[in-house]
Design a protein around this ligand. Structure first.
Ligand SMILES: [Fe+2]
Length: 260
C-alpha cells in the first residue's frame, strides 16, 4: 500500500519531472527554432538588402550607359525609350511576367547602344547612306553586344540586342537567323523599332500616321517580321490608342472627332 501509495507519488513526481524536462526541452526547442527562424529572417533580410543595393548600383550603371547614348545621339536615345515603351504595351497584351517584361524593357532600351561606336558623319547623315557606310551602320548590333556582354546582368539583354536586325525569313543580320531561331525579344524589338522609325519625325521628314505604320508592318509580316507577333503588336497598339482616346475624349465634341 505504502509502495502502492508511493508509486503513484513517485509516478507523479517522475511524471512531473518528465513534464518539466519535456517543457524544458520544448522550450529549448522553441527557443532554438525561434533563434534559427530569427537568424534566417535576418539572413534573408540582409540578402534582400544586399540585392536591393546591388540592383540600385546596377540601375545607376545602366542609366549612365543610356546617358552616354543620349550625349552621342539624342534621336537614338529618344527612339530607344519609345521602342521600350511600345514593347511594354505588347508585353502587357501578351501577359508576360514582371521579370520578363523588365528583361524586354532593358533589351529595348539598350538595343541600339552600339551606335555609340558609329561615327557621327554616318550616324547623323541626313541623306541616304552609301553601301560602305551602310556596312558600317550594320555593325551596331554587334557593337551593342560587345558593350553589354561583360555586364553579367545583361547576358540576355546582350543577346537580344545582338539579334534585333535578324529577319524572320533569314535575310537579316548579323547571323542570318531565321524564324524562331531569333530570340523572342529580338523579334519583338524589330517590330517596335520599325513602328517607331515610321511614326517618328526626323529632321528630313515628318513621322507618318499609326495606320500607315500598321499597313507597312503587315506588308512585311512573314518576311521581315514574325507574322503572329506583328498581329499581336498591332492589336496591342490599336487597343492602347483607343484606351488613350477614351481617357482624353472631348466631352463637348464627343468620340471619333479629331482635327485633321
Ligand atoms: Fe538597330
Amino acid at each position: 500500500m505504502g509502495i502502492a501509495k508511493k508509486r503513484p507519488e513517485l509516478k507523479i513526481i517522475h511524471s512531473t519531472q518528465d513534464e518539466s524536462k519535456r517543457r524544458e526541452d520544448d522550450s529549448s526547442n522553441i527557443n532554438n527554432e525561434t533563434t534559427s527562424t530569427f537568424a534566417l529572417y535576418e539572413l534573408g533580410k540582409s540578402l534582400s538588402d544586399q540585392m536591393q543595393e546591388t540592383l540600385k548600383v546596377f540601375e545607376m550603371a545602366a542609366k549612365c550607359i543610356l546617358k552616354a547614348l543620349d550625349c552621342k545621339d539624342k534621336y537614338t536615345y529618344g527612339h530607344s525609350i519609345r521602342v521600350a515603351h511600345y514593347c511594354l504595351v505588347l508585353s502587357g497584351h501578351l501577359g508576360l511576367s514582371e521579370d520578363e517584361a523588365y528583361e524586354l524593357e532593358l533589351s529595348a532600351l539598350f538595343h541600339d547602344v552600339g551606335k555609340i561606336g558609329i561615327s557621327d558623319n554616318i550616324l547623323c547623315k541626313p541623306g541616304k547612306l552609301t553601301p560602305e557606310e551602310m556596312e558600317v551602320m550594320k555593325s551596331h548590333p554587334v557593337l551593342s553586344y560587345e558593350i553589354l556582354k561583360e555586364f553579367s546582368y545583361f547576358e540576355n539583354v546582350a543577346k537580344n540586342a545582338l539579334h534585333h536586325h535578324e529577319r524572320f525569313d533569314g535575310l537579316g543580320y548579323p547571323h542570318r537567323l531565321k524564324g524562331v531561331e531569333i530570340p523572342l525579344f529580338s523579334r519583338i524589338i524589330l517590330i517596335s523599332d520599325t513602328y517607331d522609325a515610321i511614326t517618328s519625325s526626323r529632321t528630313y521628314r515628318e513621322g507618318r500616321n499609326h495606320s500607315v505604320a500598321f499597313d507597312e508592318l503587315r506588308l512585311f509580316a512573314g518576311k521581315q517580321f514574325d507574322p503572329k507577333l506583328t498581329e499581336e503588336f498591332i492589336a496591342a497598339m490599336d487597343n492602347y490608342y483607343k484606351e488613350k482616346d477614351k481617357k482624353n475624349r472631348l466631352k463637348l465634341i464627343g468620340p471619333n472627332k479629331r482635327a485633321a
